[in-house]
Design a protein around this ligand. Structure first.
Ligand SMILES: Cc1cc2nc3c(=O)[nH]c(=O)nc-3n(C[C@H](O)[C@H](O)[C@H](O)COP(=O)(O)OP(=O)(O)OC[C@H]3O[C@@H](n4cnc5c(N)ncnc54)[C@H](O)[C@@H]3O)c2cc1C
Length: 413
């Protein structure tokens, strides 16, 4: 008997859970969404029930038929007898594919999630739980959440996330023995790999590009792009497929680039000394001497993964601070003697004394603390309000989706 963890509570994860439990294993499921069913997803609006992912089930393998018609049978199950009509991107409604219409199909009066909800009953499922990292040890698999905390240790791990994401996870595990969130945070699929006609349902007539299928609430791009977006260019360069997009993002995420806002052209100025695909750039700002400072953070926000860099006017890159977690706000006092700095999890703004040339960070001390002032304080960006006595801090208000910003004036020490 093994302890098995399943990542994803879509139809595959749920069916696998029952099969494994039947065989005597213990099963834990982690699902990043608030509900089960994955891409078999039902919505209810203005009294209408609709499935916006999978629409119907076709009888497949005998085991699946048995699950649907016997073990998890509900009178809600309906045999679709009449032809399924389709509509395209130009709102044109027509009788669908005659071959498909001739085949038997099922749905549920209350939508396809009826089946998933029934299958989920009694299972050990942890909802709203995003797996950010998987690591293989000698005889076990360790799973971590977005905060870098251990979620559990298991004998076996079964990944039922969409195939394009699972492919990446599999290669990372094979090559490095671990996988870190990044492409688990955003699910993308090549337009060229979509079923015929599907791109048109997104009002898209092109043949290349990348469809955004899923975004984890904690993904760095949550709120900036949406599911259903089609990415055809990035920083002025054409994106034909997901590999190209990954390469372009990785290049910008680990260096300094100059963007010409009019033409959209991007010129790489410098690459970071420590290139790591699990690290990305975060807040940056120009100092009074004309240098540009920017810090990094781990995609999974793991402690100590960040570094603060300084880009000199001659394009040399210096490491200024190390062992940071989420490198954020920067500002300088008007007398150029002090630099203020935020590493978000510390919940503080710190101050450094500067040497005459604005470098040589010395004597780091807490300048102001947000702990206890705002609910879930997470200081991000800062700017001076007066010479050295006040600072305006922009915090993330704790809502993972909305990313609403609140400002707080905090007393200085
Ligand atoms: C628009 C559309 C129409 C479709 N129409 C049909 C149809 O008519 N008939 C049909 O049979 N099929 C259809 N399909 C395909 C069908 O929806 C999928 O094949 C099926 O739902 C896949 O189930 P799954 O469990 O393998 O994956 P999913 O349903 O994608 O489940 C994967 C689960 O993993 C979770 N997950 C992902 N990453 C993580 C993580 N890091 N940590 C924790 N959880 C995570 C996700 O939230 C998700 O719930 C359609 C798909 C789409 C998109």
């Amino acid at each position: 008997m093994s302890s098995i963890v399943i990542i994803g509570a879509g139809s595959s994860g749920l069916a696998a859970a029952h099969t494994l439990l039947d065989a005597g294993h213990t099963v834990t499921i982690f699902e990043k969404s608030r509900g089960v069913g994955g891409r078999a997803a039902t919505r209810n609006r203005a009294g209408f029930i609709y499935d916006y992912g999978a629409n119907y089930i076709k009888p497949g393998a005998p085991d699946s038929v048995e699950l649907i018609t016997k073990r998890f049978y509900t009178p809600d199950l309906i045999d679709i007898q009449k032809p399924v009509w389709t509509f395209d991107g130009s709102q044109h409604i027509q009788e669908g594919d005659s071959t498909q219409n001739a085949e038997p199909k099922w749905s549920y009066r209350r939508g396809l999630t009826t089946l998933s909800r029934k299958m989920a009953k009694g299972l050990n499922i942890h909802l709203s739980t995003h797996v950010a990292r998987i690591q293989q040890q000698a005889n076990a698999w360790i799973l971590y959440n977005d905060a870098g905390e251990v979620m559990g240790t298991f004998d076996r791990v079964l990944i039922t996330i969409p195939a394009n994401q699972a492919k990446f996870v599999y290669s990372a595990l094979k090559d490095k023995g671990k996988v870190t969130r990044g492409w688990l945070g955003v699910g993308i699929r090549d337009i060229s790999a979509l079923p015929p006609g599907m791109a048109k349902t997104f009002n898209f007539t092109g043949t290349t590009g990348v469809l955004v299928e899923q975004i984890a609430p904690s993904s760095p791009v949550a709120g900036k792009i949406q599911t259903g977006d089609i990415i055809v260019g990035f920083n002025g360069q054409a994106v034909d497929d997901s590999n190209q997009l990954r390469n372009l993002v990785a290049a910008v995420a680990t260096g300094f680039v100059l963007v010409d806002l009019e033409s959209g052209r991007v010129r790489r100025l410098a690459t970071l000394e420590r290139v790591d695909p699990t690290i990305r750039m975060n807040d940056g700002k120009a100092d009074p001497w004309g240098r540009f400072w920017a810090g990094t953070m781990g995609l999974d926000k793991r402690p100590g993964a960040g570094t603060l860099y300084c880009l000199e006017p001659d394009l040399a890159v210096r490491v200024e601070l190390d062992q940071l977690t989420i490198s954020n706000g920067l500002d300088w006092s008007a007398d150029r003697q002090t630099m203020f700095y935020v590493d978000t999890p510390t919940q503080r703004v710190d101050r450094f004394h500067l040497g005459p040339s604005g470098l040589e960070l010395r004597d780091r001390r807490p300048f102001a603390s947000l702990a206890g002032l705002v609910r879930k304080p997470a200081p991000q960006h800062i700017c001076m309000t007066t010479r050295t006595t006040g600072i305006r801090v922009v915090t993330r208000a704790g809502c993972p989706r909305a990313a609403t910003a609140a400002t707080a004036r905090i007393p200085a020490r």
